[in-house]
Ligand binder design. Structure first.
Ligand code: COA
Length: 199
């Protein structure tokens, strides 16, 4: 349990081999907008926020709102940048935080021109490590529509276990069809003494 998350010292940027992963900042809206607009066809099927093209002002509002949530430890949106070119690769983050445990859920998208190069799997590995070692998470989840094979492949490639499939758990945001949700997770190993087995 984390008593006062706002007091946690959590760096707003970290690295993997090819990426800088950092919290959004005012001024990131134009880069985010270019990445999303380029990728709209691939995103709109799976990301409810990508149903239509955002303006640059929309994207700037998103990054400013996300920066505020980061500071309040309510949600950790991350923008992924290539170290070699400085280009925005995509977005990710630790969402649906439950500080009582703590648990987080990782989400992700890649800009279409940089898909298929392992950037997202690399980011998920780095974020998972950050979640366990820096945020103090005990459980990291990835959830995706059962039909989202590319997303499930990222989870598997990053070493997540499929724990189950929640049947008819939600409706697809475009078709409104009932959808099944795959739940993948990794947990941090516990020392024997810290599991409540006697209650
Ligand atoms: C889900 C999504 C992020 C996956 O993107 P991706 O580019 O397939 O994922 P990665 O960046 O990890 O790349 C993996 C691919 O790169 C290849 N690759 C190349 N170099 C690699 C490396 N160094 N390490 C790992 N994989 C590498 C892998 O073999 C794999 O190729 P394959 O798809 O032909 O098997 C992308 O499809 C997307 O943005 N979809 C829309 C949004 C979405 O659905 N988000 C998830 C919602 S739950």
């Amino acid at each position: 349990m984390t008593q006062r998350p706002i007091l946690l010292d959590i760096p707003d940027s970290f690295e993997s081999a090819r990426l800088i992963l950092r919290a959004p900042r005012p001024g990131d809206g134009a880069a985010l907008n270019a990445g999303v607009v380029e990728s709209l066809e691939e995103l709109r099927l799976w990301m409810p926020w990508a149903a239509s093209a955002p303006t640059v002002a929309d994207s700037e509002a998103v990054v400013r709102g996300a920066a505020a949530k980061w500071l309040k430890r309510e949600d950790f949106m991350l923008l992924l940048w290539r170290k070699d070119t400085g280009e925005l690769v995509g977005g990710s983050g630790m969402h649906r935080i439950d500080w009582e445990v703590p648990t987080v859920e990782i989400g992700y998208w890649v800009r279409t021109s940089l898909a298929g190069q392992g950037y997202i799997s690399e980011a998920v590995n780095a974020i998972t490590h950050f979640a366990f070692e820096t945020v103090g998470a005990h459980r990291v989840e990835i959830r995706c529509d059962e039909r989202n094979l590319r997303s499930a492949a990222v989870a598997r490639r990053a070493g997540f276990d499929l724990e189950g499939i929640l049947r008819h758990e939600a409706r697809h945001h475009l078709t409104l069809e009932l959808r099944d949700t795959m739940v993948f997770a990794q947990v941090r190993a516990l020392p024997n003494s810290s599991k409540a087995t006697d209650i």
